[in-house]
Write a protein that binds this ligand. Sequence first.
Ligand code: ADP
Length: 277
Amino acid sequence: SQGARLSVQLYPYGDGQHLLLARDVTALEQAEAMRREFVANVSHEIRTPLTVLVGFVETLQTLELEAEQRQRYLHLMGQQAQRMHHLVQDLLTLSRLEGSPLPGYDQSVGVAAILQQCEVEARALSALLCQQGQQGEAAHRLEFPAPDAPGMDGELLGVQVELVSAFSNLITNALRYTPAGGQVQVRWLPQPDGSARLQVRDTGPGIAPEHLARLTERFYRIDRSRSRETGGTGLGLAIVKHALQRHGAQLHIESQLGQGSTFTVHFPARRIRPDLS
Ligand code: ADP
């Protein structure tokens, strides 16, 4: 095919005849290029906070600083250390999720219990963002399904912590990228064919079409500095994608610039249990 890379070897054998061996190494080369890019990204992500940390350590060692200034530097150093900590945690999570699934992906987990835990985490983050003034003063309008909403008495087959973490990641992104006063709506949508969807809608800045397909790639960010400001490692959606794949679910992203984004997780009917009570 066009653009394919071939490795060609010629083996002489016997009376002037040759054996020509041609192998398509396109996939191998692509995998190798992706590996190199990943290592380069990780190194860059670690080097940046490390450079800042080393700089502050040197400053603290060599300069006589006022107590207030020292505290400020120590605070900044703590932030950089936190950033590296999050990065390492996310890298470990991703590497675990990229491996083959262990047994235990078929436990029954209540939809209401998952969403309740997500709601507690989301309200805590929304309050924190509001307090920090990162998104301005006003809180988000945050909406979750009522405990007696359709399908809330159903069960998903999977691992509770991974489902909560995947959903929470989408909700956290919606909150982090949506400015103050915006709306974040979480819905559970049972479908007539027995499948179900989790939907996270925000009224944030939206995502341009050219980025949509690449958002779940490791370290892909639309705006690097904005993502860092909000504490992102750039691995969140890659983790979400792999965690959902293990649950037989798929992530679909729709968005319009200036209007907001909708992240929808599709669970096939075989991963959903109707109400057993
Ligand atoms: P990060 O840690 O940078 O947030 P993610 O993998 O979670 O990494 O997301 C990748 C990128 O997708 C983000 O950097 C951001 O540019 C974009 N993004 C994710 N969620 C949203 C959203 N709800 N609204 C707008 N942009 C988003």
